[in-house]
Design a protein around this ligand. Structure first.
Ligand code: ATP
Ligand code: MG
Length: 878
């Protein structure tokens, strides 16, 4: 049975048991601050299990993308651990329980209609005190007692009362199903968790039965495939073997399962697959949290490649293979694999740049540890390897472990702290937080948002939260801190999808003595939270209110948001489909849009982008929004942002007509109804935010107007201070800067040489009507000398000038004479050759200007003397 078939069979089987088939949640649940990556199928149902939300169904089944780093050192070594893997699950929220869960698991695994696994290959574990489960397995299913093991809390209770999780909370026994492999070893394939208790306080007698009991199960797709396909390792199943072989091919050598190299290839395949899925959801390798995990996995794979002899980036060639192998369950991977590849390639190159230095450093480090006999990698060394060679500490720890060295984590953290750095190492623990909203969540779905078409609506106060507590009433004098009001329905947009929240007023319906000023609107789950201050009157729960959004501000937000979609479309048009949104901020007539792109965008292309956006504005295209099933939106070609968690029913915003569609995105934001409303769009900035991500900033509507006005004002102020009409500014400025430059050069010429033209003139000798200037300057810069001569000639004629100077061991001489002297038959080039030979050189040039170089600085004085004498002679003679 192929993996694709197993996935489908599992989901179909549980559908026949009344479970609703739900899509996999994202791999990176940004909505859940307690985990970095989805660790199990149950994660998306946390609120369901805790009774925190209203249930549309009480039985569900999924195939969930999971990523765990806890088993990372096992990856490649054991036959059954991955970082990224898929977990098949069935779930009950206060519906079916232990008996059904066990019977159905058994039926699916062993019945002829489904997996047909030989029952004698399966063994069972149950929690030691769970006689109920034991009896179901032994008496109802008929498993011989020799194949049922009772285990303790560590193995068969979830969650075990780990200190990090605190002893209290929802928990229950579990029962695991193991498969006996050819070689006799047992592999856990399925874990059934029976959440039936609330744990309060210390044992014994601290388990209180829950009124509503849940089922949470997880079956490993890869492990089950391995046994169905009769292969000895997860890595040899149909969706992993081709990837391992692709790795082998890139490495240019065959895959041999039993060797060290084989292990490395499996690890590369695993880490690459995990990173492909994570980067697909826009997690870029970085220095904290999930970004750090991606960096760490990639670097480990690069190191494995390095140890296989690869010195150039190679991992980046593999994401298309992942997309191809996984195309049936995850067709969206193909759409991003090019971008994923380029992100990986950049990270690979970055690490490869420092890896050799790092490995050399590690080698000497281990040598010194060995000779000192300390057996410990110090935190200081680890921090240095991380910060200067980019070696993730976990990677170093693994290398250290291979040499039987321990790793000083605490010292590492201290060293990093001392540098003011953060490694991102270590992950968040699971925790279920509860706040004042939880009570509300039990009572209702959320607030109804009615603000797409209206900016004013009546609603009822259903929640008042002050100082983190739910209140019945609120008094104007009560609070200086902002308080939160929740309405059953509201036109206020809560900050989401990059669009900032609305501001405005909540007013007493019919009686204007109640005024609550909303300074900000937020969103939590499906609730819209109006944050602000009660300015007048008293507010009580249940009170009917009129909610009025600040309409001018809202219009500015609409303009900016719609412009964002046009900018996105234009970027994709001119830069390519890889230029997808990475983040955005929509503010009043101001938008900031981050997207994937390698280099900077030239001003010509930026102008084309701006033109296209504005052409779509001037075309005054209709904008429409439609709610429809996700699959239909996909079909309609809506642009989707990966890593976003889309509900089943999505809102699709389209711009343009059916024949001329310019943009179609899934978006919950507020928009103009016609692009013409946006007004002029100006792109005012283009910059890099991080490797591979660029940002454009643009303004719309009044902000464009304001900026233009300000620019014109600045221009006219400049024009009036220069006393020219505005359109003459550029020419005037060019002349001015030229003059300034000449002035500076003038100064630069003689001044740089330590004298001013006037000083030189003052020291001139006069022969007849001609002034003769022969001087040595402090620099040998020929350019300055020529300029200086020009200045002197302009100051009066006839004049003959010869300047000399030294730079290092070189002498420069420049001579110039004015036109009258030229007419009298004198020549600068003849003159300079009176002096040049004395400094070991030879001169040349024209009659009016000549130059010579020499290599004997000591003789400069003599040369100048000779020149002066020669000219005096000539002048008296002529
Ligand atoms: P093990 O003890 O074998 O590492 P686990 O107890 O951590 O597994 P559970 O948390 O019970 O696993 O997850 C449910 C199922 O998911 C397991 O029975 C197994 O089939 C699968 N699974 C768990 N972790 C991994 C992993 N790292 N790689 C592949 N499959 C896994
Ligand atoms: Mg388990």
């Amino acid at each position: 049975m192929k993996a694709d078939e197993l996935r489908e069979a599992f989901l179909t089987f549980f559908e026949t048991k009344g479970c609703v088939r739900r899509p996999s949640d994202v791999l990176v649940p940004r909505w859940d601050p307690s985990v970095l990556f989805t660790p199990a199928g149950m994660n998306q149902f946390k609120d369901h299990f805790l009774g925190k939300c209203k249930l549309d169904f009480t039985r569900a089944t999924t195939c969930q993308k999971c990523l765990r780093t806890g088993d990372i050192d096992n990856v490649g070594r054991t036959a059954r651990h991955h970082t990224f893997f898929e977990m098949l699950g069935n779930f009950s929220f206060g519906d079916y329980f232990k008996r059904e869960a066990i019977h159905w698991a058994w039926e699916f695994l062993t019945s002829d209609k489904w997996l047909k696994i030989a029952p004698e290959r399966l063994t069972i574990s149950v929690y030691e005190d769970d006689s109920e489960a034991y009896t179901i397995w032994s008496d109802e299913i008929g498993i011989p007692s020799t194949r049922i093991t009772r285990m303790g809390e560590d193995d068969n209770f979830w969650p075990a009362s780990a200190p990090s999780q605190g002893p209290d909370g929802v928990c229950g026994p579990c029962s695991e199903i193991f498969y006996t492999m050819e070689n006799g070893s047992e592999v856990e394939i399925w874990n059934l968790v029976f959440t039936q208790f609330n744990r309060v306080g210390d044992p014994p007698d601290n388990l209180r039965p829950l009124p509503s009991r849940n089922i949470d199960t997880g079956m490993g797709l890869e492990r089950t495939c391995a046994l169905l396909q009769g292969v000895d390792s997860n890595f040899h199943i149909d969706i992993l073997k081709p990837l391992v072989e692709a790795v082998a091919e890139v490495c240019g050598r065959p895959y041999e399962a039993e060797t060290d190299d084989g292990r490395r290839m499996r690890r590369i395949a695993d880490h690459l697959r995990a990173c492909t899925f994570a980067i697909h959801e826009n997690v870029m390798p970085g220095n904290n949290e999930e970004k750090y995990v991606v960096k760490r996995l990639l670097r480990r794979a690069v190191l494995d490649g390095h140890q296989l002899g690869l010195r150039e980036p190679f991992l980046y060639q593999l994401p298309p293979a992942v997309a191809e192998i996984m195309r049936s369950p995850y067709p969206e991977l193909a759409e991003t694999s090019e971008r994923v590849s380029s992100v990986i390639q950049r990270e690979e190159s970055a690490f490869l740049d420092t890896i050799d230095g790092g490995l050399a450093r590690i080698e000497t480090l281990f040598e010194s540890i060995e000779s000192a006999g300390s057996g410990l990698v110090s935190g200081q060394d680890a921090a240095e390897l991380y910060t200067t060679h980019g070696f993730p500490p976990e990677l170093l720890e693994t290398l250290a472990a291979e040499r039987n060295c321990a790793f000083d984590w605490q010292g590492f953290q201290e060293a990093m702290d001392a540098h003011g750095l953060r490694s991102g190492a270590g992950t968040r623990v699971e925790l279920f937080t509860s706040g004042p909203l939880d009570a509300l969540k039990k009572a209702m779905h959320g607030s109804e948002f009615v603000g797409y078409d209206a900016t004013e609506a009546s609603g009822k106060a259903v929640g008042i939260i002050a100082q983190d507590r739910l209140c019945e009433t609120l008094d104007e004098i009560d609070h200086h801190e902002p308080v939160i009001v929740v309405l059953d329905r509201t036109p206020f947009y809560g900050e989401a999808g990059g669009q900032v929240g609305d501001t405005g007023w909540l007013l007493g319906a019919g009686d204007d003595s109640l005024r609550f000023e909303v300074t900000d609107t937020l969103r939590e789950g499906d609730f819209i939270l109006h944050r602000g201050h009660l300015r007048e009157g008293q507010l009580a729960l249940g009170e009917p209110l009129t909610a009025k959004v600040d309409t001018a501000r809202r219009s500015a937000l609409r303009r900016a948001h719609s412009a964002t979609h046009l900018v996105h479309a234009a970027l994709q048009h001119f830069l390519g489909p890889h230029a997808v949104q990475q983040g955005s901020k929509v503010d009043t007539d101001l938008l900031r849009f981050d997207f994937s792109h390698g280099g900077s965008i030239g001003s010509a292309v930026l102008e084309q982008i701006e033109d296209m956006v504005n052409a779509n504005v001037f075309a005054a295209l209709p904008v429409s929004a439609q709610r429809l099933p996700l699959a239909d939106a996909r079909h309609a070609g809506a642009m989707m942002l990966f890593g976003e968690k889309y509900p089943d029913i999505v809102r699709m915003v389209s711009m343009g007509s059916d024949d001329e569609r310019v943009s179609r995105e899934l978006c919950g934001g507020t928009h103009v109804s016609n692009t013409g409303e946006i007004g002029l769009v100006r792109i005012v900035g283009e910059e890099s935010v991080s490797a591979g991500t660029r940002r454009v900033t643009a303004v719309t509507g009044f902000e464009s107007l304001r900026r233009m006005r300000r620019a014109e004002q600045t221009l006219s102020e400049a024009a009036s201070s220069l006393k020219v009409p505005t359109h003459d500014l550029p020419t005037r400025l060019t002349t001015l800067t030229k003059e300034l430059k000449e002035l500076r050069k003038g100064k630069g010429g003689a001044a740089a040489a330590g004298v001013s033209p006037d000083e030189l003139l003052a020291a001139a000798v006069t022969v007849g009507d001609t002034r003769l200037v022969v001087a040595s300057l402090s620099s040998g810069d020929a350019g300055s000398m020529r300029q200086c001569i020009d200045q002197l000639r302009r100051k009066g004629s006839p004049i003959a000038v010869l300047l000399g100077g030294c730079d290092g061991g070189k002498v420069t001489l420049v001579a110039g004479i004015s036109r009258e002297l030229e007419e009298r038959g004198l020549s600068a080039s003849t003159w300079i050759n009176e002096a040049a030979p004395l400094v070991g050189g030879k001169g040349g040039g024209r009659k009016d200007l000549a130059q010579a170089g020499g290599k004997d600085p000591d003789k400069l004085g003599d040369a100048l003397e000779a020149a002066k004498a020669a000219m005096q002679l000539l002048l008296t003679a002529s």
